[in-house]
Design a protein around this ligand. Structure first.
Ligand SMILES: C[S@@+](CC[C@H](N)C(=O)[O-])C[C@H]1O[C@@H](n2cnc3c(N)ncnc32)[C@H](O)[C@@H]1O
Length: 252
């Protein structure tokens, strides 16, 4: 059984995003996505937008954002946040009840300048069809921004629990079919990009230093911590064992 996002929505939205770990993740992703944004408004689709933290930040910067979100509780939380945003921001956001598989149909086949899909693929059973569906949402010059769990970091989590069967399986290159422990290696992500005629622009590691922060460490990261996360995100060996992978790709 997978995660029931209607039940998890409140906790994910408030608890995760209140922690220093969650705040750091948001600021690091913002920095990385902003590095490819032009100064003029573009069209963005955020697939599995959840409570909409990143989508709303993009709309605040003048971009037009379509949010695809299958959980009604997540959509309700996002609408509550939008109630407190200026009209100019909410007018730039279009929130749709759909999932990745039905996203293209929900938007009438439109292509977008930037397709974001953050922290969703690790909950879906089939990476290949997910990347193909995301590719179908990109326009000719569009970019793709995908965040998923890093398999290398997941191996250390298995080891902490002395789950040596899973450690050995991961070291042998076997895919974890456990719906809560799915994670991806950059190599298998790159294979799926290749299959869809996408080129990898850059990949980052996210939650490099903050992954071990306790759940009750709350609030914004201080300046040095944020600078360290942003810097390590591009550097091996740090990014290789970061909790999350953030890749950016474009059409060949
Ligand atoms: C961990 S949350 C991430 C939310 C947001 N992208 C973020 O980074 O804060 C995962 C989200 O994926 C959504 N989701 C689950 N299955 C999905 C699917 N098949 N297509 C699109 N979104 C899905 C869930 O409802 C949930 O809002």
């Amino acid at each position: 059984m997978g995660i029931n996002w209607d039940e998890q929505a409140q906790q994910f939205s408030s608890d995760h995003y209140r922690t220093t770990r969650g705040q750091t993740r948001l600021l690091v992703l913002l920095d990385q996505v902003e590095s490819v944004l032009p100064s003029f408004p573009i069209s963005i689709i955020d697939v599995g937008s959840g409570p909409g933290h990143l989508a709303i930040e993009m709309a605040k910067r003048g971009h037009f954002v379509t949010c695809i979100e299958p959980s009604s509780s997540m959509r309700t939380i996002m609408r509550e946040t939008l109630d407190n945003c200026p009209k100019a921001v909410t007018d730039r956001i279009h929130l749709l009840d759909a999932n990745l598989q039905g996203a293209s149909q929900a938007v009438g086949g439109q292509g977008y300048d930037l397709v974001m899909c953050h922290a969703v693929l690790m909950y879906l059973p089939d990476l290949a069809s997910s990347i193909t569906a995301l590719t179908g949402l990109m326009n000719k010059t569009g970019r793709l921004s995908v965040v998923t769990r890093n398999k290398a970091a997941q191996v250390f989590k298995y080891a902490e629990r002395s789950d040596w069967n899973s450690v050995l399986g991961a070291l042998r290159g076997e895919r974890s079919e456990h719906p809560l422990h799915r994670a991806h290696a950059i190599q298998e992500l790159q294979e799926e990009l290749d299959r869809n005629d996408l080129d990898l622009d850059i990949w980052y590691g996210v939650r490099t230093f903050t992954e071990s922060y306790a759940d009750d460490t709350l609030g914004q990261p201080d300046e040095e911590l944020l600078a360290a996360e942003i810097m390590a995100a591009k550097m091996s060996p740090y990014r290789d064992i970061s909790h999350l992978i953030h890749l950016m790709a474009r059409r060949r």
